[in-house]
Write a new protein. Structure first.
Length: 260
């Protein structure tokens, strides 16, 4: 909800305010949205309707299938975006000109690539650690405001996704809305496509109930988000109206999280 409505909506609104109409590649963005919708449905909707376990839970075999499917979908998308059909994900200016990356750096050495990977893992741990350190203060603030404890997760998610939000906003203001959409939908994809396999692996050693299934309210918001996302993506262009619609959906998500 935060990525597909918050980041997408803010990017579309900022781009449309500055350039009136924002253009993007419907093929690439549509493929990303389809992957996100499939991942969300397989991992977050189906557990509510399966009958192998009581409650919104997967059986071990179902969880293993969801984890494998998530990895396959995520890997296939990354291959499509970076190798096979990279041109589908290049930014398009408001004048309809595809922005090629002029400044191609030389391929990194193996040492540089490994160093970058290590630093990426360190940064990931730092972000997760920051969220962990800030959790007590966030929990205290949520409790003091009289909000449901579940709202803590929303605040932490907003904190973790702040870098992507800032990067997407900057690209939207530079007339590179495609890059903004790549960041938003890529974040949503990674959040599900990499988390489900991780928790499936962890469940081998940690024997606790794993409730993945969404409730009725959340499923309605997810379905509405997918429908609105499709209608936004298909034309390959958007105005500030589409941005406002997505932001209103995010506001509805936040409001219902506070008032379930």
């Amino acid at each position: 909800m935060i990525t597909c409505n918050g980041i997408v909506g803010l990017s579309l609104l900022l781009g449309a305010v500055r350039y009136r109409i924002t253009l993007f590649n419907a093929e690439g963005t549509g493929a990303a949205l389809a992957t996100v919708a499939t991942l969300a449905t397989l991992s977050l909707v189906l557990p509510t309707f399966t009958t192998s376990r009581p409650g919104p839970e997967f059986s071990p075999s179902q969880l293993a299938f969801a984890a494998l499917a998530s990895l396959i979908l995520y890997g296939a998308f990354v291959l499509t975006q970076t190798v096979r059909h990279r041109d589908f994900f290049l930014p398009v200016t408001s004048a309809g000109v595809v922005v090629e990356t002029e400044e191609h750096a030389d391929p990194p050495t193996n040492r540089a690539a490994l160093t970058s990977l290590a630093l990426l893992l360190v940064a990931l741990v730092a972000v997760v650690g920051l969220a962990k350190v800030e959790s007590p203060a966030i929990e205290a603030g949520v409790e003091a405001a009289g909000l449901p404890p579940s709202f803590v997760g929303v605040v932490i998610a907003l904190l973790v996704l702040l870098p992507e939000t800032l990067a997407a906003s900057r690209n939207a203001l530079r007339d590179r809305i495609q890059t903004s959409l790549n960041l938003a939908l890529g974040s949503a994809m990674a959040s599900i496509g990499l988390t489900i396999p991780a928790i499936a692996l962890a469940s081998v050693w940690i024997d606790v109930p794993l409730e993945l299934g969404l409730g009725p309210t959340q499923m309605v918001l997810l379905a509405l988000t997918v429908v609105v996302g499709v209608l936004t993506v298909v034309p390959g262009r958007a105005t500030r109206l589409q941005g406002v619609v997505h932001l209103v959906l995010l506001a509805a998500f936040g409001f219902l999280a506070v008032n379930p």
